[in-house]
Design a protein around this ligand. Sequence first.
Ligand code: GLN
Ligand code: ZN
Length: 768
Amino acid sequence: MSINEQPSLSGLSSSNLGYPRIGGNREWKKALERFWQGSIDESELHREMKRLRLEHLSKQRDKGIDRIPVGDFSYYDHMLDTSVMFGLVPERFNYRPVGPVPLSVYFGIARGQKGAAASEMTKWMNTNYHYIVPELANVAPVLTENKPLLAYREAKQELGIDGKPVLIGPYSFVVLSKGYNRKDLGAIIRTFLPLYAQVLSELAAEGVQWVQIDEPVLTTSFPVEDLEIIQEVYEALTQAAPSLNIMLQTYFGSLDHYERLTKLPVQGLGLDFVYDDGENLQHISRHGFPKGKTLGAGVIDGRNIWRSDLNAVAALLSQLAEQIPATQLIVQPSCSLLHVPVSLDAEHKLDRELVHALAFADEKLEEIAILTAALGKHDPSALAMLEQSAEAVARFNSSAARVQTAADLADLLAKEPLSRSVPFAERRVIQQNKLKLPPLPTTTIGSFPQTAEIRKARLHYRKGEWSAEQYRTFIQQQIKEWIDIQEDIGIDVLVHGEFERTDMVEFFGEKLKGFAFTQNGWVQSYGSRCVKPPIIYGDVSFDQPMTVEETAFAQSLTSKPVKGMLTGPVTILNWSFERNDIPRRQVALQLALALRAEVEALEQAGIRMIQVDEPAIREGLPLKKEQQQAYLDWAVQAFLVTTATAQPATQIHTHMCYSEFQEMIQSISDMDADVISIETSRSHGELIVSFEDQIYDKGIGLGVYDIHSPRIPDVSEMLGMIQRALRVLPSDLFWVNPDCGLKTRTKEESVAALRQMVQAAQAARATL
Ligand code: GLN
Ligand code: ZN
């Protein structure tokens, strides 16, 4: 569209839904960790947090955002903030909330404390952010403080900003909690309503105009009968504060119950127009949008890092403006910007062409401001920027960086074997003849402790202080040390230990084609832990062997089998920022083909077992039920492309964690791995149960101890776990292993625990 054709949407305004907490240089993380270590005190922590909070608010104002969220900032997690605001301190912390919950209790719930385990954490919807799961059992909610009100006052007093308080809505809050029976959902939600009512009426009394109430569960396939309680909730909340405007905010997808939800007694509805497969726009065109209500149009991608074609977004906004007066239309990101890095300012090393195609949080706010100025005020320089962004995006999409060498994958797949040449029952015999493993074989999941010494060595190497040869020698020493340890302990299937890897995705990304790495592209994963996901910008392909040297070296030191260790295609995809110009499935298949080349290289080097980790397979599962099977189908396909050409004698392992497997057991079985190892504590024995139904009938290693805790379980406890499993599982398919990699544990803890584990396996064998 040319500049003059852009519609004039006078009265259009802008908003943001949430801003990253971590700071441009991860100051937030550093302050928290210093506090936990005891090197700063509580008042210094509060000072630093306040400084960051205010800095983030002024930044949003300076970028020209009209409605600035307040109260989205957190010392750990916004769900945990809500829990403590409602006094939900689990009994084991021995604390009865009266006023504001002290920081020590807050961090205790998040991280555990002496005598009281931390609350569970889990993935926030389908993102890689983890929230602390509220525990509702045996506690009556009480309002300990009005956190959004405090945030609002602070922004007003310190900066003169009339902020928009953000709260997680009662429906999503309770649905995402645990410790109650689903059939009591309505009753539980009702116990929270008076507290929400009080929060909102106090906000109204303070003069707040708009409040943002997040209800992310509304974009999932929630039971239709929940609509009644949702209706009841919003009736109660509007009655509690009639003068307040509620923006009911949804994100990560479209609304299945658009007509019902638009009728809720709220003043505004926030919709995602990026991850909705075009459905939200269709709903609006088909059913209209209620008169008098405000639409928060989530048109800028809040969770991926690509720059927007603002011309295209302007076209979408004009379409919306046909139904909704511009004064009731708000330009905003599709979700909170919590999920993207802070700013491109620090990226000096990235390819310039790529940088011009990216937008992190700050740049996204600029995009929102540009759109608002261009369409709302017909600002000439903003209008010119719409054009510029369209050109930049088009230029990048047709650049060499994107490549389009990948043959049509559909064709390619038609030629590819998508199952192994021999079925599991036969492979098993072939493999066992070759491997001669004892019953209940013992193994580990791959990584051994990443000690300070290893991190230091890597730093020396990265800074150029060590030569490649020095670093290689160091890694080989580590491998040798741990091969000796494993042999000494008596483990049956050994691993090399993954000492050369920083991170299971970054390591492969750095060696494959099509990936880029930022210097400072951190996002919060959980608590103070941040991750720096690689960017998949172009076609992914194999360049050279990635793991053969270390694996073959380890194998050369022992006559026991060493298991090669790869990260699977779906996990690499789910833990990266992915390109948005081709379907995800296609990227997964490109990754699979590249990893298959690695499987072949390992086989050629004489490796007899290869584990392809897919811990993240579950988190890519679409929120909508009807889309889940298609995802699982291509995820399985990608795993098979990676592994199916392996020789029948090569034993393929896989590993999954953080998973609830219920709905995906058939798919896991279709992956046709010879052995799967899974985390037990959080998978609730679902795979064991499915053995009873004979859905899963291949090798299985149930984690016999939890590596997330420094506690070393004794032999009898692990033996008990093994025997319980053997009541259901055939003993000739059962493996004994910890439930995840040991990289976060110390050497002493790992060695002690593995010794006990081997003893437990021996004791179990004696009873067979
Ligand atoms: N092989 C990896 C490790 O041991 C698996 C990690 C994971 O499951 N997240 O660290
Ligand atoms: Zn794991």
